[in-house]
Every structure is written in C-alpha cells, then in structure tokens.
Unconditional design. Structure first.
Length: 110
C-alpha cells in the first residue's frame, strides 16, 4: 500500500511539472513578436526596397510611389527611409500607402 501511494505521488508531480512546462512554452510562443524585415536592392535606374514578414515578401517597390514618373530612388538611403516609414505604418496596423507629403518630409529627391 505504501509503495502505491509513493507511485501516485511521483506521477502527480510529473504531471504538474509537465503542465507547468507546457504553459511556459505556450506563453513564450504567444509573446514572441514577429517583425518586418526591410532590404534594399539595386535596380537599373537606382534603388528599390522589399519588406518581408514571416519570410514572405509582402511589398517589393522598385519605383518611387506617388509620383507620375517610373523613377527609382536615387540612393539606397532614400529607399531605406521610405521602407522604414512603410514598416512603421504596417506595425501600427494602418494603411502602408506613401503620400507625396511623406516623401517631402523624408527629404526624398523627386
């Protein structure tokens, strides 16, 4: 009889520990924040940018948005500025559209 109660005690402790481990792993998985990744790339006439989320490209912009011309960004720095703005908008769950005013505020050469 005593051996049986020690066995039950042993198994109940294992069950409690396993339950605690599962809870901790679930909590860790829920709080892991997915981030957007930006990268620039060279085009024939300048620079563009790409934004990825969970290893999937969600935006690939090879020309300056909003302007009437099909012109790429003059520098890698300009492409990165706009990409960072778009990521900021996506992180805030707002529309990732870029306005002409945004380009002016970022001092992007049009």
């Amino acid at each position: 009889m005593i051996i049986k109660s020690k066995n039950q005690f042993f198994w109940s402790n294992i069950q409690k520990n396993l339950l605690l481990l599962v809870f901790v792993f679930q909590l860790g998985a829920c709080t892991r924040k997915q981030t957007f990744t930006t990268e620039t790339f060279k085009t024939n006439t300048g620079w563009g940018y790409a934004i990825t989320y969970q290893n999937k490209t969600i935006i690939k912009q090879s020309i300056i948005p909003v302007i009437n011309d099909t012109k790429s960004f003059d520098s890698e720095k300009d492409a990165l500025k706009v990409a960072d703005l778009v990521v900021e908008k996506l992180s805030q769950n707002t529309s990732p559209t870029v306005t002409k005013n945004d380009l002016i505020l970022l001092k992007i050469k049009l």
